[in-house]
Ligand binder design. Sequence first.
Ligand SMILES: N[C@@H](CCC(=O)N[C@@H](CS)C(=O)NCC(=O)O)C(=O)O
Length: 211
Amino acid sequence: MKLYLNDISSAASRVRIALAIKQIEVDVLPVSILGDDPENRREDYLRINPQGLVPALVTDQGGLITQSIAIIEYLDELHPEPPLLPKGLEQRALSRSVAIAIAAEIHALVPPRVARRLSTLPGVTGAEIADWNRHWVMEGLQAIDRLLQSHQAGPFVAGQQASLGDILLFPQTVNAERMGIDLSQWPMLAGIHARLADMPAFAENAPAPRT
Ligand SMILES: N[C@@H](CCC(=O)N[C@@H](CS)C(=O)NCC(=O)O)C(=O)O
């Protein structure tokens, strides 16, 4: 299989974590996503992934899978052990809820293409874009912490094993810390983050810092 990615991408980090948990090897093809002429917006890459985003997986059959959650679920169905969703139905739903809250409600508001568009609007400064990013990450993580508290979650997002929800949570909390957000204001979230940071599949596949 071939995985198109960028090391700084938190969406690609999710897939790298899933691959590490399952010990699946793939060919990695880097795609630049920052700057004035990033590879992800070029025609060559749009022919591979019409959405122009990373990650994108090309399967052994030559099929294209886009969207990190769909890729992770594909890998989980292809190689069921160890499973990436808990056994209990409600726990599976909780794991998915957290994953979708991160992908759809937090990350979707703060990727490079949003910053690029905001920077073209009259009078919008770099500081205001940083404030925008911080706002959505803080509001989103706070809501997830409350959700996890209401489910009396632990030690991981949905039970005793790290699952899909944790795989999406970790790159987001790593990036939140890099933005200067103090996770200790959300003790449940901070506890889960710390346990994940101790696991090599997570720690070794965190998104790289932007240089
Ligand atoms: N919902 C998508 C998000 C993919 C995405 O936004 N990836 C970012 C990197 S983290 C990207 O390719 N950004 C390029 C851009 O925003 O122009 C997923 O989960 O795979």
